[in-house]
Design a protein around this ligand. Structure first.
Ligand code: SF4
Length: 259
């Protein structure tokens, strides 16, 4: 998209994106997917399907983005070397149960948007790719149908690179141990915009103290890069009406990238 998007065009895109219902078919999808189906009726909270107020909220230690921190250039010679370092990382206990680290994927050359989520689920742990599960499907549908962008033009990563056992919420010390990698990734990739998905990613990247419902839809900043915190697509899958908020935030992103 090269030109400014007018309001009526945004409305049209919204209606188009509402077609995600037919693309994903939420009801049928929940019936077909036993894991999601059980989550839909469960009152238990899983980290791979975060609630709007993720249980990790109370566990995350404050994150200080310090300009005095050593930059990734001083620690890693390239993005490829960083990925190798992550694949061999044993800096927290999550290394003991992982199959594969999910480092990141997509356009590494200053993409318009870098999406940052929480951590790998079962599919990501199996494949080593982020966002390959149901939440990823919804995210890609929103990107392609709503933002009219190609996923391969953007970049995708998580703040945690190894799957927590049984998809529990990542602990504060795990987020702290892993955050050096997402910091370095952002520095190498230099995205034009960042969109964080869910509370843990917003806490790590934006150092927010409030819940995600308070801050979603508000532009923030990470080392000079604009950041839009929004809810996690996994939450939207469990709570389809939440896609309105999800899309409202996407509209702000759309306006920003088409300025
Ligand atoms: S989660 Fe991050 S810090 Fe922990 S072992 Fe995996 S890569 Fe290392």
């Amino acid at each position: 998209m090269n030109n400014k998007i007018q309001n009526d065009e945004i409305t049209k895109l919204y209606e188009n994106w509402l077609g995600v219902d037919s693309y994903i078919k939420f009801d049928e999808y929940l019936k077909e997917k036993p894991i999601l189906s059980s989550l839909a009726v469960s009152t238990e909270v899983s980290s791979s399907v975060p609630t709007i107020e993720s249980p990790v909220t109370t566990q995350v230690m404050p994150v200080i983005v310090s300009s005095n921190q050593a930059g990734p250039e001083s620690m890693y010679s390239s993005l490829e070397n960083l990925a190798i370092k992550v694949a061999n990382c044993t800096d927290c206990k999550l290394c003991e149960s992982r199959n594969k680290t999910a480092f990141g994927s997509g356009n590494t050359n200053r993409p318009k948007i870098m999406f940052i989520g929480e951590g790998p689920g079962i599919e990501e742990d199996r494949t080593g790719e982020p966002f390959v599960g149901p939440a990823g499907q919804l995210l890609f549908a929103a990107i392609e149908k709503g933002l009219l962008m190609k996923r391969e033009d953007l970049y995708f990563a998580n703040v945690i690179k190894c799957r927590p056992p049984e998809d529990r919420a990542p602990l504060a010390q795990e987020l702290e141990a892993c955050r050096k990698y997402i910091d370095a990734q952002i520095n190498f990739i230099k995205p034009q915009l960042i969109v964080t998905l869910g509370a843990p990613a917003a806490k790590v990247i934006c150092d927010i103290k409030e819940g995600i419902t308070k801050v979603r839809g508000t532009w923030m900043e990470y080392k000079g890069i604009k950041v839009m915190p929004t809810i996690h697509p996994a939450y939207v899958l469990r709570n389809p009406p939440a896609k309105k908020d999800f899309w409202e935030d996407f509209k702000l992103v759309l306006k920003e990238v088409t300025k």
